[in-house]
Design a protein around this ligand. Structure first.
Ligand SMILES: NC(=O)c1ccc[n+]([C@@H]2O[C@H](COP(=O)([O-])OP(=O)(O)OC[C@H]3O[C@@H](n4cnc5c(N)ncnc54)[C@H](OP(=O)(O)O)[C@@H]3O)[C@@H](O)[C@H]2O)c1
Length: 220
């Protein structure tokens, strides 16, 4: 299919910024709409910025493929419930609206260890959003499960920084089934998302962090 349209959630974030650049440079996509809380400082002939409030969003727009890079931390959100809104309720709200409006592909950034049965709240929410999306029935659903994400952030995330430092040191020891815990760059995740979006294979695809690592070196 040519001349596709895309909707991107979380375009102002670390991974979302990378996905946005790739989408704008990708000739497959003729129009890229982003949902933002505040406009991003970027203009491009293909880019449409929509300032929205996910709490009250009740309309969809024309988009073949949806890319969800939304997310927060429990600390930043202020509570587990507020975190759940951003990482589960908002993506599912957009997914339901877009599916009804004809979007055929949904690409979600989840996380390594996502499981509905996890004892860790974060991983359980990621598992729940994955399961809910799988039940919705998008013709194509790509779920990306990265390990810790590397990239330049404006904000300070001490816990993540410590975890990143530790995993970087022990990364060479993370082999075999542990390889999926090696950190990945936001750019590699973005490249993986575009790659699987292009592949447009019907069905549900779970892309693990070691599969994402393969995109550290490739040009897309
Ligand atoms: N960080 C990691 O190491 C890691 C590891 C594995 C998986 N993940 C997952 O990967 C995804 C992307 O992570 P990231 O680190 O690239 O994200 P990020 O840099 O924190 O960006 C998050 C995005 O979500 C938006 N957002 C947050 N709270 C919002 C709210 N209440 N209303 C509307 N928009 C909101 C932000 O918009 P504003 O700019 O307006 O705040 C931003 O665009 C997330 O789902 C995360 O859980 C992250």
């Amino acid at each position: 299919m040519l001349n596709k349209t895309a909707l991107l959630l979380g375009a102002s974030g670390l991974t979302g910024r990378n996905v946005l650049q790739l989408l704008l440079n990708d000739s497959l996509y003729t129009q890229v709409t982003i949902y933002v809380r505040r406009p991003v400082k970027l203009s491009h002939p293909k880019l449409i910025q929509q300032v929205i409030n996910y709490e009250t969003l009740d309309t969809a727009l024309e988009a073949d493929d949806v890319f969800c890079c939304l997310g927060t931390t429990i600390k930043k959100a202020g509570s587990q419930e507020a975190f759940r809104q951003v990482d589960l309720v908002y993506p599912l709200r957009v997914a339901a609206l877009q599916l009804a409006a004809g979007s055929t592909q949904f690409n979600l950034i989840s996380a390594v260890g996502a499981s509905e049965k996890s004892g860790i709240f974060y991983s359980r929410i990621k598992g729940e959003v994955e399961q809910a999306l799988q039940r919705m029935g998008f013709p194509q659903l790509n779920i990306f499960r990265p390990s810790i994400i590397i990239g330049e952030r404006d904000e300070r995330r001490t816990g993540e920084k410590i975890a990143l430092g530790m995993t970087r040191v022990i990364a060479p020891l993370l082999i075999g089934s542990l390889r999926k815990y090696r950190p990945v760059t936001a750019l590699a995740i973005a490249r993986a998302m575009l790659h699987y979006a292009h592949a447009a294979e019907q069905g549900i695809h779970i892309i693990t962090s070691d599969q994402i690592q393969l995109f550290e070196q490739v040009s897309r």
